[in-house]
Design a protein around this ligand. Sequence first.
Ligand SMILES: *Cc1c(COP(=O)(O)O)cnc(C)c1O
Length: 219
Amino acid sequence: MDLPERLNDIRDRITHAEKEAGREDGSVTLVAVSKTFGADVAGQAIDAGQRVFGENRVQEAQGKWPALKQAFPDLELHLIGPLQSNKAADAVALFDVVETIDREKIARAIAAEITQQNRPVRVYVQVNTGLEPQKAGIAPDDTVAFVALCRDELGLTVEGLMCIPPADENPGPHFALLRKLAAESGVEKLSMGMSGDFETAIPFGATSVRVGSAIFGQR
Ligand SMILES: *Cc1c(COP(=O)(O)O)cnc(C)c1O
């Protein structure tokens, strides 16, 4: 399969999973994760109609997306990788959604840049559902209070929660936990599911899935 065929295949599988789960057609957004692939490859996905993309490094995205965003103003770019506060200004200038807010320092830096640049960037709080020491994300027990801080004190538009389950575990319980925490936090959206498990995430309520290698190939 070439790239447009792989993209169509993923779209079909999302539609099928929505139907199986009794969810509305189109209720799950595909975030195409183009990290490590160049602007030419991202351009092939754009030509095939894809408009929402995820990148996990600010610097890499800066080399790839400004020209594409200028050419296609309806593109939506999500930052899905770890963020340092010294990159907050660059992140707010380029991305439409930052999915990896996981500590107060970075939340404050992003909020300050949103005000400074007057760009209405939306955010997700990343949750470390498996409490893995090497992985980013706030602890599940701290999530409700942290969302409240981001939203009520810092004025951030917190759209939802994001997680990356431990690679070697059944992801279902992690997706269920994220959904429960979102309900408790009063946020709507759930960014969960990747190439290997997006069809599992959809019945658990994913509103967006982040799919990279199944569209673009192995990295
Ligand atoms: C790379 C990445 C993805 C996509 O992973 P695939 O397995 O290639 O689909 C999704 N989410 C995050 C946070 C990533 O870093």
